[in-house]
Design a protein around this ligand. Structure first.
Ligand SMILES: [Fe+2]
Length: 238
């Protein structure tokens, strides 16, 4: 009887020791997981800071557009959400929006900032910037789908854009969204040759080009975002 009790006690002790060990393992695993998560977060932040630095370097050349890339990115992300782009694709798309004009580094100032009309050759050179941009970023894997935005941000729904003359749904959705956000910012910002228009007027202008320059579904999605929302996004990126 005494031996049986002693054996039982030993078994209980062993079970409790095992339980403690398991709890320690679980705590260790939780700690490792937490560290991994904060490292991944840190990495993401670093990616973002690098992309922003590159985008600022491009913008610094251009005196009048101000924070065009930041604004168009804020508008574009809002528009991407209501246009049905998966949320998990947004980070890469955001990078693409920020870097859309990175290829302009390959276009000489004299042509990029020429005040008058461009000759055919000069326009052909400017029209190369999406190609130059996607070449510059070719091996940067973390940009993923963002690289398609860089390549196709000047394509038109009717196929009359550049550089690949894609049309309709051949154009990646993120690039179709970008085209609308880009027009919205261009129309609502002062330029040397014309004053900014109000958001309501800019919408009208964009609507007039639905089905020719822009994806009609994206133009429709634009209607679900209020002028106030856009004004707030602009205030955040003056
Ligand atoms: Fe561009």
């Amino acid at each position: 009887m005494a031996t049986l009790r002693a054996r039982l006690e030993r078994t209980e002790q062993q079970a409790s020791a095992r339980q403690h060990q398991l709890e320690r393992y679980a705590a260790d695993l939780r700690e490792v997981f937490k560290q991994e998560r904060s490292r991944a977060q840190e990495l993401r932040e670093n990616y973002k800071a690098t992309v922003r630095a590159l985008s600022n370097a491009v913008e610094a050349r251009d005196a009048y557009t101000g924070k065009h890339a930041e604004r168009v990115t804020a508008y574009g992300i809002e528009l991407a959400r209501v246009s049905g782009l998966d949320t998990d694709r947004l980070p890469q798309i955001e990078f693409g929006f920020l870097l859309h004009d990175v290829g302009k580094v390959g276009v000489p100032d004299a042509i990029l900032f020429k005040p008058g009309a461009l000759s055919e050759d000069e326009f052909a050179l400017i029209a190369q910037h999406p190609v130059i941009g996607s070449e510059i970023l070719r091996d940067v894997d973390f940009l993923g789908e963002g690289k398609l935005v860089v390549r196709h941000h000047h394509e038109r729904w009717d196929g009359d854009g550049y550089p690949d003359r894609l049309s309709g749904e051949e154009i990646p959705l993120a690039a179709r969204v970008f085209a609308v956000a880009d027009a919205l910012d261009a129309l609502t910002t002062d330029r040397p040759y014309r004053r900014a228009t109000r958001f309501s007027r800019a919408r009208e202008e964009i609507r007039n080009h639905a089905g020719t320059q822009f994806d009609p579904d994206v133009v429709e999605a634009l209607e679900t975002i209020s002028d106030e929302t856009f004004a707030e996004l602009r205030a955040g990126n003056p």
